[in-house]
Design a binder for this molecule. Structure first.
Ligand code: PMP
Length: 398
């Protein structure tokens, strides 16, 4: 029998960052080269002990059954309390999900019809556009502009992209892959536009604690946020809990209820003992603070080391844990495309970077993403190897 994939999944791309890890694994096995991984999208720390202990206790106490679809009340309550730092959120405004990806997925399937348009940043986290297409809708890309201190949205272009079919605008602040923290006025204006034009604003704020300087504007700060915002966050980054698969949505109560219905049909609930562990995460902000300081130092080291690489233009990121240098001039001088750059760099030096083209749609073709959630020594060594690679290739190009 031939299995014919449903038409919407035929073109669906997977987590392409993993492709580069796989190339590195092969190279390291064949040539014995040490791998330095700037490709990862997760903090390199083990989940804080208090959180692990709390999950272990839950397991030992036999907390192993299903939970309510919206998550356990105590955790929803804690999440709501946490979000009160930004705005008015109650337990009934929260659903706990298996990872922020599932939170995003619920937000998209709940509102997006085939033929709808959803405005997303160019560049953006790869899965937004893929899921929008999966639902038979169309991602419409808003090109971000690179400026001295980060990327920004052209608000006039945003308004021009809006059509009667625009169902949603997706923003992500602080931003993956650029590491930008968007200007509070810019976010405010995007919020106003969504509200005025009656378009849902999906605000993915999963890096909200990774802010090195400047002020982050949360979409929850508008007292009317429940009228138009679907807020996304999760435990993966802030508490280094990527493998636990826990995220959440904050939205108006009736929306959360409907998401519970979806959850009941798709995955029932987030893992019971993981939820118990997550309750303790909100007592771990001292550890989070230390982690952010560590990351700030790593950011500074990577930034100053990258300045030494010829022909690339680096912006110091104010948030998340990524750098997204401009490589256009270098690529032209090397006669290479960004994908070849990343592949060749792994093959010759064992250094993993993610070609910006992974983050749709066009801007990333001249950029590469490096994560600085990596030990300081490896940052120094890895960037030095990038500089060597560039020198060697520029020389051979003459
Ligand atoms: N949103 C953004 C912007 C991300 O970078 C990521 C993880 N790379 C996610 C959502 C998904 O997070 P989770 O691991 O909680 O599914």
């Amino acid at each position: 029998m031939s299995f014919n994939f449903a038409s919407n999944v035929q073109e669906l791309a997977g987590e392409s960052t993993l492709v580069y890890q796989e190339i590195a694994r092969k190279v390291s096995k064949e040539k014995g080269i040490k791998t330095i991984n700037f490709g990862i999208g997760q903090p390199d720390l083990v989940t804080f002990k208090r959180i692990r202990d709390s999950a272990i206790t839950a397991l030992q106490d036999g907390f192993t059954g299903y939970t309510p679809a919206l998550g356990i009340d105590e955790l929803r309550e804690k999440i709501a309390q946490y979000l009160n730092r930004y705005g008015d959120v109650k337990k009934d405004n929260v659903i706990v999900t298996p990872g922020a990806k599932t939170a995003l997925f619920l937000g998209f399937i709940l509102f997006v019809n085939p033929g709808d348009e959803v405005i997303v940043d160019d560049p953006s986290f790869y899965s937004y556009a893929e899921v929008i297409r999966l639902l038979g809708a169309k991602p419409v890309f808003l090109r971000l502009n690179m400026r001295e201190n980060g990327f920004s949205h052209d608000l006039k272009s945003l308004e021009e992209l809006i059509t009667p079919r625009t169902k949603m605008i997706v923003i992500n602040n602080p931003h993956n892959p650029t590491g930008s923290l968007f200007d509070p006025h810019e976010i405010e204006r995007i919020m106003e536009i969504s509200k005025e034009r009656k378009i849902i604003l999906m605000s993915d704020e999963i890096y909200d604690n990774f802010v090195y300087e400047g002020k982050m504007k949360s979409a929850l700060e508008d007292p009317d946020w429940k009228d138009y915002v679907i807020y996304i966050n999760g435990f993966s980054k802030t508490f280094s809990m990527t493998g636990w698969r826990l995220g959440y949505v904050a939205a108006r109560e009736d929306i959360i209820k409907k998401m519970g219905v979806l959850a009941g049909n798709i995955y029932t609930c987030a893992t019971s003992f993981a939820q118990k562990g997550a309750i303790a995460s909100f007592d771990s902000f001292d550890e989070v603070k230390d982690m952010i300081e560590l990351f700030r130092k790593r950011r500074d080291v990577m930034y100053s080391e990258l300045q030494k690489v010829k022909k690339i233009k680096v912006i110091k990121p104010q948030g998340a844990f990524y750098m997204f240098p401009y490589m256009g001039d270098l690529l032209r001088a090397m006669g290479m495309e960004i994908k070849d750059f990343s592949v060749e760099l792994i093959k010759s030096k064992g250094v993993i970077t993610i070609p910006g083209e992974v983050f749709p749609k066009d801007v990333g073709k001249d950029h590469v993403r490096l994560s600085f959630a990596v030990k300081e020594q490896d940052i120094k060594e890895g960037v030095k190897k990038i500089a060597e690679f560039v020198d060697e290739r520029l020389q051979s190009e003459g």
